[in-house]
Design a protein around this ligand. Structure first.
Ligand code: ASP
Length: 313
């Protein structure tokens, strides 16, 4: 049996020409590193759960992406991170919301899944639990990036002037995620984010809300979403795709494309990556672009940013 892994680094209105060629190349490079991290797990016979965890850890460590190091700031000037992981074989799930401290929020989500009786822990209570776990921690300075701080100042200025919001959506939010199907036919998904620039303190997005931004079920597929979280929550986006497959007999591609298009019609900007139980992948987005990539048994990473075909290397 073969395996497949898909990853994303956020969706937005990034248009060709708005990034320098160096920045584009750097994002492609970052995505390839991440794909290879997940591939190493799957090629060694590892589980989809371990593969998505490894891929999301690599994305969190890369400050180019809005998760872990490089997370965006709330309107109060703090970073509050959300992360989730779900195992399609058992429906085991774990998530954290509004935390800063663990170097890899996805590992915090896994700790909730594996070492607590709960599915979702938030804020101070989550941190108290996580301090008892064997996790790597960092000071706030580790997570800080100048570009995200500047993005917050720009947004706060805009609000003060009540100016129209003309920002590139990619600058105000972003998320990272992975979905995998392993050689044993099991699927898993993981998502991690700093949320949206200038979000209200305490705001939680779709990422740690199972069925909205993250979902995995061996009977159908594994999904990780990115975009305007409130819309993904209100329309139960990830679970909706799984339900259309399970109850409506749709293929992953049909269900994922349709749900993303409908979300767009309702004003929900974003995209998602998904893999079904047979290893087929889908990466629809209704925004101009989405950092994304996939890798299979041949070990060749395929990556893309805009609507162009993926490039292999
Ligand atoms: N979905 C994330 C959130 O709403 C942000 C994003 O993916 O761009 O927190």
């Amino acid at each position: 049996m073969s395996f497949s892994l898909v990853v994303h680094g956020g969706a937005g209105t990034m248009k060709p020409g708005t990034m320098t060629p160096e920045m584009e190349a750097s994002h492609h490079r970052g995505l390839r590193v991440v794909l290879r991290a997940g591939y190493a797990v799957l090629a060694a016979g590892g589980s989809a759960l371990d593969a998505v965890t490894a891929a999301v850890m690599a994305l969190e460590d890369d400050p180019q992406f809005n998760a872990g190091r490089g997370a965006v700031f709330t309107s109060g000037g703090r970073q509050e991170m959300d992360a989730a992981v779900m195992d399609g074989a058992s429906h085991a799930a774990g998530a954290v919301a509004g935390i800063i401290g663990p170097r890899n929020p996805v590992m915090a989500a896994r700790a909730v899944m594996e070492s607590s009786e709960h599915v979702l822990l938030m804020g101070e209570g989550a941190l108290a639990f996580l301090r008892e776990q064997n996790l790597a921690w960092e000071e706030p300075g580790y997570f800080f990036t100048e570009s995200r701080w500047k993005a917050l100042q720009t947004e706060l200025d805009r609000r003060r002037l009540s100016a129209e919001d003309t920002r590139d959506a990619a600058a105000k939010h972003g998320t990272v995620g992975a979905a995998a199907r392993d050689a044993n036919g099991h699927v898993a998904a993981a998502t991690s984010t700093g949320g949206m620039t200038g979000k209200a303190p305490g705001r939680v997005g779709d990422c740690p809300v199972f069925g909205a931004g993250t979902w995995a079920d061996d009977a159908t597929c594994a999904i990780s979403c990115t975009g305007h979280g409130e819309f993904f929550i209100r329309w139960g986006a990830a679970h909706e795709i799984s339900a259309r497959m399970r109850l409506g007999g749709q293929s992953l591609e049909q269900a994922a494309e349709a749900v993303m298009a409908e979300l767009g019609e309702r004003g929900g900007n974003g995209g998602l990556i998904a893999v079904d139980a047979a290893g087929n992948v889908s990466m629809p987005f209704n925004s101009a672009g989405m950092y994304r990539g996939r890798i299979g048994p041949d070990g060749v990473p395929w990556t893309g940013i805009y609507r162009e075909a993926l490039r292999g290397e």
